[in-house]
Write a protein that binds this ligand. Structure first.
Ligand SMILES: Cc1ncc(COP(=O)(O)O)c(C=O)c1O
Length: 396
């Protein structure tokens, strides 16, 4: 029967929900394959490292074109392990970005080194090499031992610039590749660019475990050997401790799951690229796009820099009315997220670094303007249309 009440339709009440991410859609087709892989581990009872992890490490290293992959218990631990294995510690300073997840900086502190922050580029949100050079040429330059760029949102940092800077100043390069499985920079995969790299397999990452897991990659035999030793309490021989390491081993069930998902990750990343391209087209067709880097009345879209292969861990737009837009989307049951609302230099826990409001204007502005929209390989076109229509309605 037709509604004859003449009430105008409330779009918020009738909206089709769009999740920020839906891992169940990934699990469904893999259900049996994953159960079989888990069963093999349960039958073998190899729960810590062992064959399931070794098999994943081997396959992962081959995929990335890197000599060594060392599985560990999280991306945070992988960052610490990469730094410690590269012999970065007390007395050393490491330059990184204020616009990242907390672990990019806290891992430097955990390694006993001092984080120095430099501002970001407004279009990619990645660490700006020009800002890094300014610090290197300043009074703290002599203490700097490494740079830790983050391949934020799935796009590699400006590696030609970092390679050049590292050679010039004799520095190590540690990649935070937590969000960038499968990304590349001029044909070289994230994880194979620096002296060492850290990956996270946290469930929301492009390549994800069923819990916490991470990995260090490196082309250096020495760094790999140290990372393997440090992830097991500094043991080279059982119960002989050469250094104070930590327990940061990957467990066998995660290794088995990751080996299965490794077979699909290239396809998933390709689908993410398709989703990103479709957002671009839909936003342009709706006439909402501004040239950027900064928004005025509309939105600025994320860019893929020439020479990089972006894997779209996140699709992050900029708008001056970010908080209002997010509330509007939430009312319509459309997922969104803010990565990151507070830059690291303004975090209470990092007060002792001595930065304040105004220290990194680009990172602070980004923190006010960014909004990550739903993106995952299985996101449907009609769901994307719902997202774009809602944003068009908000901006109209
Ligand atoms: C850029 C970045 N670095 C480090 C991490 C830490 O990874 P994990 O959560 O696996 O410890 C994450 C993920 O949360 C991240 O996004």
């Amino acid at each position: 029967m037709k509604d004859s009440s003449n009430q105008p339709e409330n779009p918020a009440a009738t909206a089709q929900p769009v999740p920020m991410m839906d891992l169940k859609r990934q699990y469904q087709p893999l259900h049996q394959e994953l159960l079989n892989a888990l069963d093999q581990v349960l039958v073998s009872q190899q729960f810590i490292l062992g064959e399931p992890v070794a098999a994943f490490e081997k396959a992962a290293a081959e995929r990335l074109g890197v000599a060594h992959a060392i599985g560990c218990s999280s991306g945070t631990d992988a960052l610490w392990l990469a730094l410690a294995a590269a012999e970065i510690g007390p007395g050393h300073a490491v330059v990184t970005t204020p616009f990242s997840f907390f672990a990019s900086t806290s891992a430097i502190l955990r390694a006993g080194a001092t984080p120095l922050l430099a501002d970001i580029e407004p279009t990619t949100f990645n660490l700006n090499p020009v800002a890094v050079e300014a610090i290197l040429n300043g009074p703290q330059g002599a203490s700097i031992k490494a740079i830790l760029p983050v391949h934020l949102f799935g796009q590699c940092a400006d590696w030609i610039a970092y390679d050049h800077i590292a050679k010039q100043h004799n520095l190590k390069l540690i990649e935070d590749a937590a969000q960038a499985w499968g990304a590349d920079y001029q044909g070289v995969k994230a994880g194979a660019l620096g002296d060492a790299a850290a990956f996270s397999f946290y469930p929301t990452k492009n390549l994800s475990a069923a819990g916490d897991a991470g990995m260090v990659t490196t082309n250096s035999d020495e760094v790999a050997e140290r990372a393997r030793m440090l992830r097991q309490h500094g043991m080279r021989r059982r119960y002989h401790h050469d250094e104070v390491g930590w327990n940061t081993r990957m467990d066998g069930l995660q290794g088995a799951i990751l080996s299965v998902k490794l077979r699909y990750i290239d396809t998933w990343n390709q689908l993410r690229r398709t989703v990103a391209k479709r957002y671009h087209a839909l936003f342009h067709a709706a006439g909402l796009v501004e040239a950027g880097p900064y928004p005025i009345h509309g939105i600025v879209l994320p860019q893929e820099v020439r020479g990089t292969h972006h894997v779209w861990h996140q699709y992050v737009i900029r708008t001056t009315r970010r908080d209002e837009l997010r509330a509007f989307l939430t009312e319509r049951k459309i997922g969104s997220e803010i990565y990151y609302p507070v830059p690291l230099h303004l975090q209470a826990a990092l007060k002792s670094l001595g930065y304040s409001e105004g220290s990194f204007p680009e990172a602070e502005r980004a923190a006010r303007e960014v909004l990550a929209l739903p993106i995952f390989p299985e996101l449907r076109e009609d769901e994307q249309q719902t997202v774009v229509s809602a944003i068009a309605e908000f901006l109209s």
